[in-house]
Structure formats: structure tokens, C-alpha cells
Design a protein around this ligand. Structure first.
Ligand code: IMP
Length: 420
């Protein structure tokens, strides 16, 4: 039993990459299991900042192997740009990456249709990253998608079929020109040759390595509230971002899992549309956004900001089976006199017993006002370095959710981590 899952407990951007980077030092293999180039994982090592979209951030450790599991949707252009970017910074990634032959491929037409849909959706817009994620997953579920393994088999036949369908959508619904088959076919053929050494049955690889005693970390992208089943549907991404997705998106046996860490920011953010019960509006939201530097790593969009939401975290603890919490960006809250902690939801005068599947925009939140600590904690390296009020804030989160806080992050640096 030596696989650890790391999941986001909010709407993504919880600081998972820093935690994954921290944990990776003692891990043999890091695997992504869902999502695609919609993710933006930022890691700071010394003065260097790296932003990953598809490649697991574990690639920064020279002996770590990285896997792109079957549940990921792989955009060849984004993938190769990232490999190139790493190469320029002295990291030869390709030799340490394994790509599942069952991964679905994001085609340029998926991106185009994602953008066109969003532009024409009016009030029903999701606020996607326009990376073609939802359209590619829809094709997967419709059983017309193109998989990495197809690049070495019936590529011509499959690509013709998918383009025929997508081109009908492009021309007849959106009045856009059709996409040509030949240039796309040629570029996919060339891509197939370049990544051939990386492609394999990664489920087999991961299970064998685990059985041989290796350690695996399953790196989640986005967060629980963006999960296609457990998130704020329809304002979600198109994959299972939660523990269930880690199993089906990597193909490892659940019997190998021994830890599930839920990453939660000390406050909450979200990008894109959709309900957000503890959201701060106007100057208050702007203030927190500035303190936390809350701008999207993939799209640069300003993130919506709000107070900590315990009900959301309880939901995440339940659906993911969390064994520990990692609280990130606690240092960002150093400036406040009072910190309202949202701990219960009310609707029509009644307290809800759980995070609801629908009607989240009609929720009123009950807050407990926690006293702030009003001092810089970015230099804290142990629990005892934290001010009393800060400890109380952390303890309240643990108490309200019933899951122990195991790590606290007080800054972007690897060393700015407190182990409890
Ligand atoms: P999509 O995944 O691009 O289809 O976008 C669907 C929703 O998920 C939108 O609200 C996006 O802003 C959000 N989303 C997708 N990826 C991320 C992420 O990595 N962090 C935060 N939000 C994300």
C-alpha cells in the first residue's frame, strides 16, 4: 500500500502543485489522472518559477518518473510546448514520461468548438479555459474520440470519422470553415513518432511498480467543487477530479491507496462562472485577491475570492475519503483583524445537513468570527512558531471537518512548509 492521492477540496487553485512538489521528494512515480491543459500548477524552486499544465510537477526531481494516465485528455501541442519549455531550462523530460495509450487526444477542433460554444452561450456560459477539455471528454463519452493508441493503428479511419462529425458542427451550427484532414493527419503522425518511446499501458506499469514496492503519487487537477458529479454542476469541469477519478483515471487498484490528502487554501477562490456561497464582492474581494496574488496560471483571469467554507470541505472530506488536510496560503491572511469562517449552510431558514447538489445560489452561510493574528507568519517553520490565534484558526478547521491538518504552507518556497 504505497499510493498517495492529492486532491483539491475547493474550486481548484488550492496550491496543490507546491504540496505535490514538497511530497515528491520521496516518491518514485507521479501520475496525473484527469483533466488536461486546463490545469495550471505553479511551483517555485528558489528563484525559479515553473508552471505546469499537463506534465506532473514531479518532473523537477531528476529521478522521478511521470505518468500521464488514461483519464487525462492530452493536447499534443500543449504537451510538446511544455516539453520544449523544460528542455530550454535544462530538464530533459521526455525520457521520464510515460503516456497511457488510452488517453484521449484533444484536437484543435475541440479547442475551437469550446471557444465558439462559450462565445454563443450567453447567460449559460461556463467560463471554461477554452482548452477543448469538455468537448474532448464529450467525444470520449460519445465513443467517437481519438486515443493515443489510435495514432499507431487506425488513425486515418478514426480521424476522418471524428472530423466529419466535428466539421458538421463547425459549419452548420457555427458557420465556421471546416477543418482540413491532411495537415492534421500529418501533424498527428509526426507527433506519434516523437512520443512513441513514452507510450504504454500505464495501468499495467503503475500496478507492477507498486507491487515491486515503489511509491506513487496521484496528482489531481482542479478541485472537488469542479468535479463533474460532485461539483457545482453545470459550472464544473468535465472529469472526476475526486478520489474515484484517481482510481479510474490511472487504473491502479484501490488496495494500493494509503493516504488521500485534501488540499485547501486558507480562504477560497474560484475562476469562471457559478455559485460561490462565501464569496467576497467589491473592495473586500479585491483586497484578498491582491494579498493572495489570485490570478489564473492558465488564463490569467482574476480569481473570485471568499472566506473559508467548512461545509464545502466536509463535502470534499466525505466524497474523497480524506485522511489528512493540507492548509495552504495561510500567510495570506496575516493582515486581518477578524476572519469569518463559514461553517454551515442555511436555506429557507433551515440548516442543511450537507453541501447540496443543486440550488447553491440560494444558500445563506453561517459564520464564526475567528480573531486574526495580525503578524507575518511566512517565516514560521513549526507549529510552535505560529501565533495563538493562527493555531486557533487551523484547529477550528480540523474540528469542524473531523480531518486532521497534516501540513501547513506559509509561502511558495519548498521550505515554507510546517509538518504537524
Ligand atoms: P474547463 O475545464 O476548461 O472546461 O472549464 C470548466 C470550469 O473549470 C471553468 O470554471 C474553469 O475556470 C474551471 N477550471 C478548469 N481548470 C481549472 C484549474 O486548473 N483551476 C481552476 N479552475 C479551473
Amino acid at each position: 500500500m504505497s499510493a498517495t492521492i492529492v486532491v483539491g477540496t475547493q474550486w481548484g487553485d488550492e496550491g496543490k502543485a507546491k504540496v505535490i512538489d514538497y511530497l515528491s521528494e520521496n516518491i518514485d512515480i507521479i501520475a496525473r489522472y484527469q483533466g488536461g491543459a486546463n490545469a495550471g500548477h505553479t511551483v517555485k524552486v528558489g528563484d525559479e518559477t515553473y508552471i505546469f499544465h499537463l506534465i506532473p510537477s514531479g518532473i523537477l526531481y531528476p529521478n522521478t518518473m511521470c505518468v500521464i494516465g488514461n483519464g487525462v485528455v492530452l493536447d499534443p501541442v500543449a504537451f510538446e510546448e511544455e516539453i520544449e519549455g523544460l528542455k530550454k531550462r535544462g530538464i530533459d523530460a521526455i525520457g521520464r514520461i510515460r503516456v497511457s495509450d488510452a488517453c484521449h487526444i484533444v484536437l484543435p477542433v475541440h479547442r475551437t468548438i469550446d471557444s465558439l460554444r462559450e462565445a454563443s452561450a450567453g447567460g449559460n456560459k461556463i467560463g471554461t479555459t477554452k482548452r477543448g477539455i469538455g468537448i474532448c471528454y464529450a467525444d470520449k463519452t460519445m465513443r467517437v474520440g481519438l486515443r493515443v493508441g489510435d495514432l499507431y493503428g487506425k488513425l486515418e479511419e478514426r480521424l476522418k470519422h471524428i472530423l466529419e462529425m466535428k466539421n458538421r458542427e463547425l459549419t452548420e451550427i457555427y458557420g465556421e470553415p471546416a477543418m482540413e484532414f491532411q495537415p492534421l493527419f500529418d501533424s498527428l503522425k509526426a507527433f506519434a513518432e516523437r512520443i512513441k518511446p513514452c507510450v504504454m499501458n500505464t495501468s499495467l506499469y503503475l500496478n507492477r511498480e507498486l507491487e515491486a514496492g515503489k511509491t506513487v503519487l496521484l496528482e489531481g487537477a482542479q478541485g472537488t467543487a469542479l468535479d463533474i458529479d460532485f461539483g457545482t454542476y453545470p459550472y464544473v469541469t468535465s472529469s472526476n477530479t475526486t478520489t474515484g477519478g484517481a482510481i479510474s483515471g490511472s487504473g491502479i487498484s484501490f488496495q494500493h491507496i494509503n493516504e488521500v490528502y485534501g488540499i485547501c487554501k486558507a480562504y477560497v477562490t474560484r475562476v469562471g462562472e457559478g455559485p460561490f456561497p462565501t464569496e467576497l464582492h467589491g473592495d473586500e474581494g479585491e483586497h484578498l485577491r491582491k494579498l493572495g496574488g489570485e490570478f489564473g496560471a492558465t488564463t490569467g483571469r482574476p480569481r473570485r475570492c471568499g472566506w473559508f467554507d467548512v461545509e464545502l470541505l466536509r463535502h470534499a472530506a466525505r466524497v474523497n475519503g480524506l485522511t489528512g488536510l493540507v492548509l495552504t496560503k495561510l500567510d495570506v491572511l496575516s493582515d486581518y483583524e477578524t476572519l469569518p469562517l463559514g461553517h454551515a449552510y442555511r436555506r429557507d431558514g433551515k440548516t442543511l445537513d450537507a453541501f447540496p447538489a443543486c440550488g447553491l445560489d440560494e444558500i445563506e452561510v453561517e459564520y464564526e468570527n475567528m480573531p486574526g493574528w495580525n503578524s507575518d507568519i511566512s517565516g514560521a517553520r513549526s507549529w510552535n512558531d505560529l501565533p495563538e490565534n493562527c493555531k486557533k484558526y487551523v484547529e477550528a478547521i480540523g474540528k469542524w471537518t473531523g480531518v486532521p491538518v497534516k501540513f501547513i504552507s506559509v509561502g511558495p518556497g519548498r521550505d515554507q512548509t510546517i509538518v504537524l
